[in-house]
Design a protein around this ligand. Structure first.
Ligand SMILES: Nc1nc2c(ncn2[C@@H]2O[C@H](COP(=O)(O)OP(=O)(O)OP(=O)(O)O)[C@@H](O)[C@H]2O)c(=O)[nH]1
Ligand SMILES: [Mg+2]
Length: 200
């Protein structure tokens, strides 16, 4: 089975853990909780299967329905801790990942500066040109700003999807679209490697 490793970065409380739980309800979550508040002090780790032939996502409880004659990918989704103090942990979690989801909170324009910092961390670890997508989260809330009011401030060129990780709106569509992009990148990388080797 082919493997793909996705990492989710983004400011503190933007909804990274919620997104991963939405994609994999059995995801591991290492949070510190107090009352209704919780924050990641370790990481989140979820797994789904993606049928690239039919462009379908399967959760752990749906594995029996997977058609093994199709192109199936095991997709791991690692969530990072968003607090500034965890920069070292984020960089360790970014290492070796195939694609990055930058999650921003559409209700918190002031947090874009942290999103920018985390994007720079990803560049430090993964170099340039890695598959990247921006998910603008919390669009179930009326105070959510439109991406066109927020994303240009980041100065990052990437596809942008409006989602609600809490309600699930648009999450699967956005995620599958990104998996398609990462797949194309990985296939191109392996072809370049083979062709490059032949010409040595
Ligand atoms: N209204 C709304 N609330 C959301 C959404 N996604 C997450 N939240 C809420 O935002 C808060 C933070 O969510 P988390 O998923 O823990 O955020 P996080 O990015 O993992 O936070 P850290 O681990 O602290 O970096 C929680 O109260 C969530 O219920 C959303 O789409 N809409
Ligand atoms: Mg979290």
């Amino acid at each position: 089975m082919k493997k793909m490793k996705i990492v989710v970065i983004g400011p503190h409380q933007a909804g990274k853990s919620t997104l991963i739980r939405r994609l994999d309800p059995w995801a591991v979550r290492m949070d510190y909780s107090k009352g209704t508040f919780s924050t990641t002090v370790g990481f989140d780790y979820g797994i789904v299967l993606w049928d690239a032939t039919e462009n379908r996502i399967y959760r752990r409880d749906q594995i029996d329905s997977v058609d093994p004659s199709n192109e199936i990918w095991k997709v791991t989704i690692t969530g990072t801790p968003g607090q500034i103090a965890f920069s070292g942990a984020r960089k360790a979690l970014l290492r070796g990942k195939d694609g990055v989801i930058l999650l921003i909170d559409a209700t918190q324009p002031a947090h874009l500066v942290y999103a920018m910092e985390q994007y720079q961390e990803a560049r430090e670890v993964l170099g340039s040109g890695f598959p990247l997508v921006i998910f603008s989260n919390k669009h179930d809330l009326p105070i959510a700003r439109e991406p066109k009011q927020m994303v240009p401030l980041l100065g990052i060129r990437a596809d942008v999807w409006k989602i609600s990780a809490l309600r699930g709106n648009n999450v699967e569509r956005a995620f599958k679209s990104f998996l398609g992009k990462v797949r194309r990148y990985l296939i191109l990388e392996s072809v370049t490697e083979i062709v490059g080797r032949r010409w040595l």
